[in-house]
Write a protein that binds this ligand. Structure first.
Ligand SMILES: *Cc1c(COP(=O)(O)O)cnc(C)c1O
Length: 399
């Protein structure tokens, strides 16, 4: 490593709050599916900023759209209308089939809004303030208090108790465990359609269908968190679109902005018409013209560049190549996922493999200590998959 890069890392460790154990590289620029560190070393990126940079880095059309909006109008208050937000709302309604949009700055804020909308809906029905939400074990919904309260990882929550009240936890794909937690106070069930941080667990069709029926029967709101698994990653614009069901509330973020910090929660008409009203919720930056110019261009490019077609085309090949690794190495015990959101499950910690891959010019990330997660840019080719497998294979051969 150059002295320059080492100096920056030393400075970072003095100045930044140490909330991440960072990999020892300073990333400097990106191009397509490649990243470059300060020393000019090139990396094939199978993380994309954790499922963010769907379109690949340094995409000229996208950058130009952002620059044009910068020169026009960066920000205005939500007390006024702006054209990019109106256009973005129209487009995101179209691709999601939902009815009402609230733009946020992040995924966690989208989850906060979703929880508030659900509680308000229930409050308007019966005037009570003791409603319960059922969330899933191993889920991840973000680091703010509401989102953390429904995150099914006690380790993340413990030091920050008390959480917001009346949250119960069930197991994904275990309908009986959901049923066991339902009471007359249950107002919402929240889950990721494909669990990300918790270890890449897709919800099954049977489970989602039963939960949907339960929600319909009892007027419980189904909240699907599509922040990681949405935006084309599974081969559908939103992962739930594969299942023939629809949420009442959904959250989206990460790839929605492809690098510009944005998020949104969306409501169906039923919840939109009977929940948050003027004065109930707000944000200074959420949905500003710059953020929404990003969303607009991302959604346009998804169509123009047939991003979802590419996922459908490349994902089976990624699965096949990962399965080959699983067959060859007995310490790899499973491969699971959906589309370009895959997990390779080891019977041992994967940190050393990830570090070795990094030294060989491949960026990977874990999901839990024993799972390597693959969430590459959605524009990757089969050749990129081959390159990734070759490097990963060369690392596995030595452990
Ligand atoms: C990343 C993530 C979040 C949190 O999003 P932030 O933008 O980091 O606040 C919430 N839910 C899921 C499923 C995520 O993957």
């Amino acid at each position: 490593m150059s002295e320059l890069m080492q100096n920056y890392i030393d400075e970072a460790e003095k100045a930044l709050l140490h909330t991440y154990n960072r990999y020892q590289i300073v990333l400097d620029k990106g191009d397509g599916v490649y990243l470059y560190d300060l020393d000019g070393k090139k990396y094939l990126d199978f993380v994309s900023g954790i499922a963010v940079f769907a379109l690949g880095y340094n995409y000229k059309d996208y950058n130009d759209a952002l620059k044009a909006q910068i020169d026009k109008l960066l920000h205005t208050s939500n007390y006024y209308y702006n054209v990019p937000a109106i256009e973005a709302a129209k487009k995101i309604k179209e691709v999601s089939g939902m009815d009402r949009v609230f733009f946020t700055n992040s995924g966690a804020e989208a989850v906060e809004g979703a929880i508030k909308a659900a509680r308000k809906y229930a409050y308007l029905k019966d005037g009570r303030t003791d409603h319960e939400i059922i969330a899933m074990n191993h889920s991840f919904h973000g680091r703010t208090f509401g989102a953390l309260s429904v995150t099914g990882n006690p380790h993340y929550r413990e030091a920050f108790e008390p959480m917001i009240g009346n949250i119960k936890f069930a197991d994904l794909n275990d309908f009986d465990s959901v049923l066991a937690n339902v009471t007359d106070k249950t107002c919402a069930i929240i889950m990721e359609t494909v669990q990300g941080e918790g270890g890449i667990f897709p919800a099954t069709k049977e489970f989602l269908t039963k939960v949907r029926e339960l929600c319909d029967e009892k007027d419980i709101l189904l909240i699907l968190d599509e922040i990681q698994c949405g935006m084309g990653r599974t081969g559908y614009m939103y992962a739930w679109q594969k299942y023939g069901i629809k949420p009442d509330i959904m959250t989206t973020a990460k790839a929605l902005g492809c690098g510009v910090p944005v998020g949104a929660f969306l409501l169906n008409e039923k919840v939109g018409a009977h929940s948050l009203v003027a004065g109930d919720h707000g944000t200074t930056y959420g949905g500003n013209p710059f953020a929404c110019a990003a969303i607009n261009k991302v959604l346009d490019l998804f169509k123009e560049d047939n991003i979802i077609e590419n996922v459908k085309n490349v994902a089976p090949y990624l699965e096949q190549r990962l399965d080959e690794l699983k067959e060859r190495y007995d310490f790899i015990i499973d491969r699971r996922g959906a589309g370009l959101m895959q997990g390779l499950v080891f019977n041992r910690p994967v940190a050393d493999v990830i570090n070795m891959a990094l030294s060989k010019g491949l960026i990977l990330i874990n999901a839990g200590s024993e799972i390597i997660r693959f969430v590459p840019p959605l524009v990757i080719t089969k050749e990129n998959v081959d390159d990734m497998i070759a490097i990963l294979d060369s690392c596995l051969g030595t452990i």
